[in-house]
Design a protein around this ligand. Structure first.
Ligand SMILES: Cc1cc2nc3c(=O)[nH]c(=O)nc-3n(C[C@H](O)[C@H](O)[C@H](O)COP(=O)(O)OP(=O)(O)OC[C@H]3O[C@@H](n4cnc5c(N)ncnc54)[C@H](O)[C@@H]3O)c2cc1C
Length: 405
């Protein structure tokens, strides 16, 4: 096979593996280079929105996810002090817009695992786990990528294009010198996972946002390793708090007691701390190299949009790669990928996630009152609820994408 008969993907996380599946299903040979030998099971993305389910359905991945995941047909906003349920957004209001009027709670490592299994069905797929990309170059007709195997041996692989799905610290983006415009929040987010059943004890749904001026929370149920259900609680931290204090038994007890006063660190299965960025790469395409997922944009996790938009990126670029590969389009269509996905990441993804964070942490009592009133009105009026849900489920964003030339 000549060197330009193959796509190379750097990073076999959820976005890279879904991209690989989309390419092999079109008949395009793919090599995926992934530094981990087994995907990490850290508690990151868990909410798959209707727009993404539509895309995963086309790849024949959605049915398994719906079967094994937890359906979330509604989500809740609460006030932490009063425990009052402020608003419940019911996705039935978008049932006339999508075949999937619900989100599904399904851990991202399971999505990655499912995609790997599906990709391996194709003999044009070549997945190389334990392969860390260290260098790359491109010329007029192809790309060359160098990687290190677990034994420390260096290898070289050539392809026609390179898709960088190598996450927030993307080796490819940094190597290209592409800047990530935006900022990093001073506080980090702490995720505590427990088996405590927040639905039975407090009437939580599978997705909940708890507003509070000093310490808000997000509460989510995910299937867990044994599919019996575990609960993730997400808290903000203060910029000055040290990692060792936040992750200590005392620190964990103090936070989890904010969720329920009868819990302590013994109830917590996992504790994870995340840096939170709001950044978008200045370029999503540099000639034969494309950035997708966290390699291209980072945002706070409120609203569960990072992975979903990453999958939207990869579905967009893999369709265009297919069009060019099989002679249905010229390479200038790749500039449209940059224009579409960069604009949506800048205008939509950043504003929605920043809005979500500001709303949940608002400190001014008057603004809190207005926000809560607005949430109630939006949830109760079917037309307003539909507008809200079209935006939060990313269906609007996908439709807008088609209009960007
Ligand atoms: C607490 C939290 C909750 C979140 N919740 C949600 C949610 O509910 N919904 C949502 O949509 N998003 C959510 N997100 C965001 C989501 O986790 C990310 O957007 C998602 O992981 C992006 O996927 P990715 O494949 O682009 O990058 P990653 O998941 O980071 O994968 C990148 C892959 O590239 C590999 N890699 C890196 N460098 C190299 C190299 N040099 N060579 C080879 N391989 C390499 C890595 O090993 C990794 O496997 C959340 C994030 C956090 C922190």
């Amino acid at each position: 096979m000549s060197h330009n008969d193959r796509m190379i993907i750097c990073g076999g996380g959820p976005v890279g593996m879904v991209a690989a599946l989309s390419l092999v299903q079109q008949g395009i040979p793919v090599t995926v280079l992934e530094s981990f030998e087994t995907p990490p099971q850290d508690p990151r993305a868990a909410t798959i929105h209707p727009s993404t389910l539509e895309m995963l359905h086309k790849l024949k991945l959605a049915e398994g996810i719906i079967k094994r995941g937890l359906k979330a047909p509604a989500f809740q906003f609460r006030d932490r002090t009063t425990q009052e349920i402020i608003a419940v957004f019911d996705m039935k209001h978008i049932a006339d817009e999508t075949d999937f009027p619900f989100a599904v709670q399904y851990e991202q490592w399971k999505l990655t695992r499912d995609a790997i299994v599906a990709v391996k069905e194709y003999d044009i797929a070549d997945i190389r786990l334990g392969s860390a990309v260290t260098a790359f170059s491109q010329d007029y007709d192809g790309v060359t990528v160098v990687y290190e195997d677990p034994a420390g041996e260096m290898h070289k692989v050539e392809g026609r294009y390179l898709l960088a799905c190598d996450g927030g610290r993307s080796t490819i983006r940094i190597g290209l010198g592409v800047f990530m415009s935006g900022f990093t929040w001073e506080e980090r987010f702490l995720v505590l996972t427990s088996k405590h059943d927040f639905a039975a004890s407090d009437g939580y749904l599978n997705r909940n946002y708890v507003m509070d001026p000093t310490e808000w929370m997000a509460v989510f149920k995910v299937p867990g390793d044994d599919d019996q259900g575990i609960w993730r609680t997400l808290f903000p931290t203060e910029g000055h708090e040290k990692d060792e204090d936040l992750l200590s038994d005392e620190g964990v007890t103090q936070r989890i007691r904010g969720a329920r006063s009868d819990m302590d660190h013994n109830d917590v299965l996992h504790r994870n701390l995340y840096t939170v960025n709001q950044r978008v790469a200045d370029r999503f395409r540099v000639e034969r190299i494309f950035l997708a997922g966290d390699a291209a944009h980072l945002n706070n996790p409120l609203g569960g949009l990072g992975l979903n938009t990453g999958i939207h990126d990869c579905m967009n670029i893999t369709k265009k790669i297919g069009d060019v590969w099989f002679g249905r389009a010229e390479e200038d269509v790749f500039e449209r990928y940059h224009r579409q996905r960069h604009q949506l990441a800048t205008e939509f993804l950043q504003s929605v996630t920043i809005e979500n964070k500001k709303r949940i942490e608002e400190k001014d009592p008057e603004v809190i009152k207005q926000n809560q009133q607005q949430l109630r009105e939006n949830a109760e009026d079917p037309a307003k609820a539909k507008t809200w849900l079209m935006r939060s489920s990313l269906l609007d964003s996908v439709r807008k994408e088609e209009t960007i030339e």
